[in-house]
Design a protein. Structure first.
Length: 264
């Protein structure tokens, strides 16, 4: 009855089905791994934002690479802003996806070390972004700031190219090693996205809290792949039975010449 399964067409269909099932099962487990990774990252963000503020010197030092557990931790620092060495970071967007700059200002601590502070976003003065923008000045004198600790930006991690030949006082990446060379100073690893005190008039626009990834979507994709894997053998059986019925029916039906009565 099922000798047709040995035909080239059905051997091909069967082999494809046998390959699809384990592939879809693997894709389901891959999506579950993605779900677990995103859930773990979300938990790190939640824990970091909920942790009590600590002095930045407890987590950062010159040459130190900010770890995943330290990222987004709220830190405090006491010192003064040094606006003469202030730079802007090109091609950064705000919550409305408007392109502008991030303002990066050195913050000199009591021991002379420098903390890089991202004071927030400002719009570009023109479409070319070649002119240095007007930047509202930070508070003068010694102050205490608060912000989220962030790791150095690299091309590998961000995908942003570190372009050369930029206009004066403009950079592409916030990187403590590069800034230490430019400033000729001891610069703490990473940087701080300032959250307090708030800028007068809301400018620069301070960066929003980090968003969380949608881990539930990966869980749904995993279930979807496993349902597809279960549907493949079911579909194969349905096709085989339909093919068998059609072949059986064709075998039982006489051809047209046999069905017509002989002429008298």
């Amino acid at each position: 009855m099922y000798r047709f399964l040995l035909s080239r067409q059905w051997v091909t269909i069967t082999l494809v089905a046998l390959l699809l099932v384990p592939t879809m099962i693997w894709l389901g487990f891959w999506q579950m791994d993605r779900h677990d990774e995103r859930a773990a990252r979300n938990q790190l963000v939640t824990d970091a934002l909920a942790a009590d503020p600590v002095p930045v010197e407890r987590l950062a030092s010159p040459g130190h690479a900010v770890t995943r557990a330290e990222r987004y931790r709220t830190v405090t620092a006491t010192g003064r802003f040094e606006t003469d060495d202030e730079v802007v970071v090109r091609r950064r967007t705000n919550a409305d996806d408007e392109v502008g700059f991030h303002v990066l200002t050195p913050f000199v601590l009591a021991d002379g070390a420098v903390l890089l502070v991202n004071r927030g976003w400002i719009p570009a003065d023109g479409p070319s972004q070649t002119a240095f923008p007007d930047i509202p000045a930070p508070p003068r004198g010694e102050i205490t700031i608060r912000g989220r600790l962030m790791p150095d930006e690299t091309t590998e991690a961000s995908g942003i190219k570190d372009l050369k030949g930029l206009p004066d006082r403009q950079i592409m990446l916030v990187n403590s090693e590069l800034e230490a060379e430019r400033l000729g100073a001891r610069v703490l690893g990473g940087y701080v996205a300032q959250t307090a005190p708030e800028a007068e008039g809301g400018t620069p626009q301070q960066l929003a809290n980090p968003g969380k990834e949608n881990a539930a979507l990966n869980y749904a994709y995993a279930v979807q792949w496993w349902l597809f894997a279960a549907a493949v053998p079911v579909g194969w059986v349905v096709l085989v039975r339909r093919e068998n019925r059609e072949r059986t029916g064709a075998a039982k039906t006489p051809d047209a010449e046999q069905a017509e009565p002989a002429a008298v």
